[in-house]
Design a protein around this ligand. Structure first.
Ligand SMILES: O=C(O)CCC(=O)C(=O)O
Ligand SMILES: [Fe+2]
Length: 375
C-alpha cells in the first residue's frame, strides 16, 4: 500500500525519477547538481523555478520552534484583505468549504492583511486566488512572503530551484510518458494526503502557485476534514479523540532513494492525535491520511487498519465535503493542511507542461485535549 502511494506522490512532486524520456533526462551542472536536460530551461515560462536536485545537500533533524498562528491576530471582519470599497470578487465554491477570490493581490498585502488571509484560509479550508504576481517577484520575496505564516519547510526529497531548498516544486515536463506508464498498473491517480504530516510541526497555511499548466486537466481536489469530523456521531468522535496515529516519512525517503533521487534529511516518524484542534477557529478535524499515516497506537493491527480504512474511505468518497480547485495560469491556491486533505489529479495526456511551486510554512504540533468530550 505505502509503495503505491509513494509512486503516486512522485508523479505530483518533482521527485527525481530514473525512467524518463528524452525531454526529462537530467544531467549534472558544473556544481554537481542534477538539473533538467533538454529544452526545459528555454521553454518554461519561469525557468528560475525549474527543479534541481542537489545531491550534496544534507540537513540535520528539524528543531522545534514557537508558533503563533497569524490568524489569531486577525480582525474577523477581514477589512485589510477585503477593504470596504475594494475591487475584490469573493465566491464561495461550496457553502462550507472553498472560496475563489479575484481582485486581491497576495504579494501586496500588509502584515494585517496577511493575518486576515491566515484566518480566511483557516475558516474556508482552501482559497483559490486568481491573477497573482507572486511568481513574478524574486524567489527571495516569495519565501519572505510565506514566512509570515510560519517557518518555511524544507522538503526532504523534492526538487527545488537552485539555492532555494524552501521551495517545493511540482513538475511534469512536456512529453513526459508517466501518464501511460502509470495507468498501466493503476486505475486511479488519486492519492489523498496532508503534506509532510510526519513532521513534529506539520504545515498549516500552504501556497501552491501555478507557473505553466495544461489548458484543462490537472485540477487539485480537496476534502474538508473538519466537516468529516462533524458528520460522525458524538460517541464515535469521543473515541477517536482518545487516539494517536503514527505518521511516517520513511516510505517517501526510500522511494526517492530507490529512484536515484535525494534525501536531504533523514526521515522521521511522529505520533499525532487523530483529532486535532485548530488554533484559530477552535474547530476539530480528523488528522489522518493514507500517504503518511501508518497505525493507531494501542489498537491491534486489524482494528487499526479497519478504523483508518473506514476514515479514508469516508473522506475520499464523500463528494459532499470536497471541492475541486481548477487552475489558471497565475492562480495561487492556499489551503490549510491542518483541516484538509488533497490530491493531485493526473488526467491529461496532451503533452503540456505542468509546473508549480509550493511554499509550506510549518505550524504548531497538532494538539487535542484528550480529556474533553466531543462536542
Ligand atoms: O500538483 C498538485 O495538484 C498538488 C500537488 C501536491 O500535493 C502539493 O503540492 O502539495
Ligand atoms: Fe500535497
Amino acid at each position: 500500500m505505502s509503495n503505491s502511494f509513494a509512486t503516486i506522490q512522485s508523479i505530483a512532486a518533482s521527485t527525481f525519477r530514473k525512467t524518463r524520456d528524452d525531454s526529462t533526462t537530467v544531467e549534472k551542472d558544473k556544481d554537481g547538481r542534477l538539473v533538467l536536460a533538454g529544452d526545459a530551461f528555454q521553454e518554461a515560462s519561469y525557468p528560475k523555478y525549474l527543479p534541481t536536485w542537489d545531491t550534496t545537500e544534507h540537513y540535520g533533524p528539524l528543531t522545534p520552534f514557537d508558533f503563533v498562528d497569524p490568524g489569531t491576530r486577525a480582525d474577523p471582519a477581514l477589512p485589510n484583505l477585503f477593504p470596504e470599497n475594494g475591487s475584490q470578487q469573493v465566491k464561495r465554491l461550496t457553502p462550507k468549504f472553498g472560496t475563489e477570490v479575484r481582485g486581491v493581490q497576495l504579494s501586496s498585502l500588509t502584515s494585517a492583511g496577511r493575518d486576515e488571509l491566515a484566518r480566511l484560509v483557516a475558516e474556508r479550508g482552501v482559497v483559490v486566488f486568481r491573477d497573482q504576481d507572486l511568481a513574478d517577484q524574486s524567489i527571495e520575496d516569495a519565501i519572505k512572503f510565506s514566512s509570515h505564516f510560519g517557518r518555511n519547510h524544507i522538503h526532504p526529497t523534492s526538487g527545488a530551484p537552485k539555492g532555494f531548498p524552501e521551495v517545493h516544486l511540482v513538475y511534469r515536463s512536456k512529453n513526459d510518458s508517466v501518464y501511460d506508464s502509470f495507468f498501466q498498473d493503476h486505475i486511479s491517480s488519486i492519492a489523498w494526503h496532508s503534506d509532510v504530516s510526519y513532521e513534529l510541526q506539520p504545515p498549516g497555511v500552504t501556497f501552491l502557485a501555478m507557473l505553466d499548466g495544461p489548458e484543462t486537466g490537472g485540477d487539485t481536489i480537496f476534502a474538508d476534514t473538519t466537516e468529516a469530523y462533524n458528520r460522525l456521531s458524538p460517541a464515535f468522535r469521543e473515541f477517536l479523540g482518545t487516539l494517536e496515529v503514527l505518521h511516517s516519512g520513511v516510505a517517501q525517503a526510500q522511494s526517492s532513494r530507490a529512484q536515484g533521487g535525494i534525501v536531504r534529511r533523514e526521515p522521521v516518524e511522529t505520533f499525532h492525535p487523530l483529532v486535532r484542534e485548530h488554533p484559530v477557529t477552535g474547530k476539530k478535524s480528523l488528522y489522518v491520511n493514507p500517504q503518511f499515516s501508518r497505525y493507531i497506537k494501542g489498537l491491534k493491527r486489524e482494528e487499526s487498519d479497519a478504523l483508518l480504512n473506514f476514515l479514508y474511505d469516508f473522506i475520499s468518497k464523500s463528494s459532499d465535503i470536497q471541492v475541486r480547485a481548477s487552475w489558471e495560469s497565475k492562480s495561487v491556491v492556499v489551503w490549510d493542511n491542518r483541516r484538509t486533505v488533497h490530491s493531485a489529479l493526473l488526467d491529461w495526456e496532451s503533452g503540456e507542461r505542468r509546473h508549480a511551486f509550493r511554499l509550506t510554512p510549518q505550524a504548531e504540533p497538532p494538539t487535542y485535549s484528550f480529556a474533553k468530550k466531543a462536542e
